[in-house]
Design a protein around this ligand. Sequence first.
Ligand code: FMN
Length: 384
Amino acid sequence: MSITDEQMIDHAPENARQMLTGDGEAATRPAIVPFKIRDIEINPPLILSPMAGVTDVAFRCLLKRCGGIGLTVSEFISVEGLTRNNPKSKRQMRFHDYERPFAVQIFGGQWERMRMAAEMAEEVGADILDINCGCPAPKVVKHGGGSGLLRDLTRLEKILTEIKKAITIPLTIKIRAGFYDNHINAVETARLAEACGVEHIALHGRTKEQGYKGRADWDLVRQIKEVVKVPVSGSGDVTTVEEAFARWRETKCDGVLIGRGAMANPWVFRQIEDAIAGRAPYEPTLEDKRNVLLEYFDLLRADMPEFAALGRMKQLAGQFTRGLAGGSRFRQVIYHSHAVDEILARIEEYFETIAAGRTYLGEEGEACTEEDAPVLDSCEVVAT
Ligand SMILES: Cc1cc2nc3c(=O)[nH]c(=O)nc-3n(C[C@H](O)[C@H](O)[C@H](O)COP(=O)(O)O)c2cc1C
């Protein structure tokens, strides 16, 4: 499907029309249309950003069901683990057909192992192989992988060239602005990647040194888009329809990735897709919110031992209930729950209470600390 920019604007309601045109910047506005990574259509042009410890098969399926996602990506997977038959790394490659198009993301610094792992990803049926060039975790960087590749472009070139020889599926990369704050080399890295045959470049516009501090620099996305022919997508700090539209407008990028924003609002992709199509963005009801938590719990329990499922559940509940009435109290209560039945009962109790317009207080007499949802802002949860 390919709709023209004019058709999109014609059918857009007034508020969406303003977002599309940027208050009269119609002449410079980009089209927000599906794009292709070789022959794979990314439609809508929205990508669930890879997040270690979060975007496992259960989370991806949950989000895919909420709608609006054009490409899912695995958590980053250690090539050391994969090529040494580590069961955890192998499990991380699992996906459902329903998720397609689906990319496996790998990380590592040794081209031999990277190439072997790339072949394994192709063998399990991934549509795309993505290379992580952004993880700032010391454990990853020490071995030359993740963002470490941004300060050793010779190594990156060797890895990309060798992988390209070994696989037939498209090769893509996700990079950061650079390794050092005083040496921004995203544009140079993008050029090199394209020359090596990379078919999509995603940029998270922060340096390795910056970690997750400050704001992502989207102007670099614009600069890369200007110099390469392959599609370019941007990542960083997008949480709403308005922010996504603004980033498209400013950079003319092909796709937008959303990570942390999807944990707080699993419908954000659907809302953006709605706005692109000129519909009013979907507004999830309390019932939707309750159901999504319960559904996630079911997906988790089908996929992992109960103890692990409880941990993941608490993680999502923590991010997800930010901003909801009584959410902070609910998070405290959930963090102190240690059994499946208990968590299920608490979820029901919480949503019933706020649906009735009452204040959620948790269980009477229960001692709770001021413990709150931990801020999830890193990929330090490193495989193997
Ligand atoms: C908990 C967490 C884990 C992450 N893990 C990965 C990863 O495995 N691979 C990757 O390329 N980026 C990873 N990232 C970076 C995100 O994909 C994304 O680029 C970054 O969070 C900025 O986008 P956002 O503001 O939409 O979250 C991770 C980020 C977070 C918060």
